[in-house]
Design a binder for this molecule. Structure first.
Ligand code: BJ8
Length: 427
């Protein structure tokens, strides 16, 4: 029997009428985008289950953790280290912001023409339709792009918000020092909220937990090098989207099971498309749940996405395996802060590492083309597209540049452009 979470949502102050509307649409979209796929790995059932109870099961777990004395920390960006939050005995939950469902509420305060991700991040709180946001004791933001950092100022009027400063020139000693100090300040803030003093043992353990999660996600990424790939781009994207808010240890276990199944499929030459399907890389802005628009268009057009250079793809694991052999809190936090500066986000300047990543991934995954994906008004990624195209040209990989938002208005136009791009690749 299905559990009724209505009382839980009411207690969290959810706008029930609007929330009902949201939950009424999601199953239909999910059926159409996900459950209609053929030959999916059996282990995807876990992720289907997570989505089917997206505002129920996990939220209940968070509330149970709160009843047991834990705090819930919400975040939006990879530069907030999961390791530090787990070490502070809090639960970390990634907030999504992948839908335009709350634009109306967001636009009462924010300008209309800003990045849809920023609008949604704020809008879900303003409209009170996200139980994760309602359950959070604090939201940790970061100074990445201008829009986000200014939005956090407004968000702080709706919920407790703490903003981490991310340096913009990561290859300098000053940047390294600044980020280390920011991480030490975040540690103090987390200790203040949770009342738990972070120890060496806490950090060693939390680094181990997150290393294991990254290791299995790296294995998942690698399986997609196979021709044909054993999993669709859409399914892989979903796994990464869920990585942001699921319990990390359970997620690692379930993803291990998925990877084992995928390795078996590769051995038996079982793929989700035939070998001749064009292999596409998507590079650019993150796609927060339930933003599946581009992946659905590309994979409905007969191609397969084999890698995402994105925060819901290779960038998620780009900190690598963090060394937890040090024996002081300061040295362990230094290891964390150094590793997190390896995330090649477009807020950095210069950001050559991202271009190099895309060129390397294009070769490793034998891609036939790259789709550069920018959300509207995301200047960082939009401007970096020019360098990307130039570098890909040198290795004869064509690139299509897509700039879009969360609406469905441009689906027809994007489909036409994607189909023309694939046609050109096939020729
Ligand atoms: S590490 S990509 S999650 S900042 S799309 S809000 S950049 S205007 S999301 Fe990001 Fe962290 Fe970087 Fe990743 Fe601004 Fe661009 Fe919008 Fe963006």
């Amino acid at each position: 029997m299905e559990t009724d979470y209505r009382k839980m949502w009411e207690d969290l102050g959810i706008n029930m009428e609007k929330h009902d509307q949201l939950l009424a649409v999601l199953p239909f979209v999910y059926r159409n985008v996900y459950l209609s796929q053929k030959n999916r790995p059996k282990a995807m059932e876990y992720y289907d289950f997570v989505v089917s109870g997206v505002h129920g099961i996990r939220v209940k777990e968070l509330l149970d953790a709160k009843d047991a004395g834990k705090k819930v920390v919400a975040y939006f960006c990879l530069y907030v280290p999961e390791e530090l939050v787990i070490a502070s005995n809090a639960v970390l939950v990634g907030l999504c912001g992948g839908s335009n469902f709350t634009d109306q509420e967001a636009e009462e305060v924010l300008p209309r023409n800003i990045c849809p991700l920023i609008k949604a991040s704020y809008g879900f709180k303003a409209a009170r339709i996200c139980p994760y946001f309602q359950a959070a004791d604090i939201c940790v933001g970061e100074t990445t792009c201008d829009g986000k950092k200014k939005m956090y100022e407004l968000l702080s009027e709706l919920c407790p918000t703490y903003t981490v400063e991310v340096p913009q020139k990561p290859d300098t000693e000053q940047a390294r020092e600044l980020f280390y100090r920011e991480m030490m300040a975040l540690k103090s803030k987390l200790e203040e909220i949770t009342g738990h003093k972070i120890t060496v043992q806490d950090l060693k353990k939390s680094i181990g937990i997150v290393n294991a999660k990254r290791a299995v996600l790296d294995q998942l990424i690698s399986t997609r090098k196979a021709v044909p790939p054993p999993i669709s781009g859409k399914d892989s994207l979903l796994v990464f989207q869920i990585a942001f808010y699921d319990d990390p240890q359970r997620f690692t276990q379930k993803t291990k099971e998925l990877v084992e199944e995928l390795q078996e499929r590769i051995k038996n030459k079982v793929g989700v498309v035939d070998e001749s399907a064009p292999r596409i890389m998507v590079s650019g802005c993150p796609m927060a749940i339930p933003n599946w628009k581009l992946h659905h268009i590309v994979e409905s057009s007969g191609a397969v996405i084999v890698v995402e250079e994105s925060c819901v793809g290779t960038r998620y694991t780009s900190m690598g395996q963090i060394d937890n052999s040090a024996n002081t809190v300061e040295d362990l936090i230094r290891a964390i802060s150094d590793a997190y500066l390896n995330i090649h986000c477009s807020c950095f300047t210069p950001n050559i590492g991202r271009v190099e990543d895309v060129v390397r991934l294009a070769k490793e995954f034998k891609v036939d083309g790259v789709i550069h994906y920018s959300l509207q008004t995301c200047h960082g990624y939009n401007i970096e597209a020019a360098k990307m195209e130039k570098s890909l040209k040198k290795i004869n990989v064509p690139m299509l540049k897509i700039e879009t938002d969360y609406s469905n208005e441009d689906v027809g136009q994007i489909t036409t452009r994607v189909e023309a791009f694939l046609e050109m690749i096939r020729k």
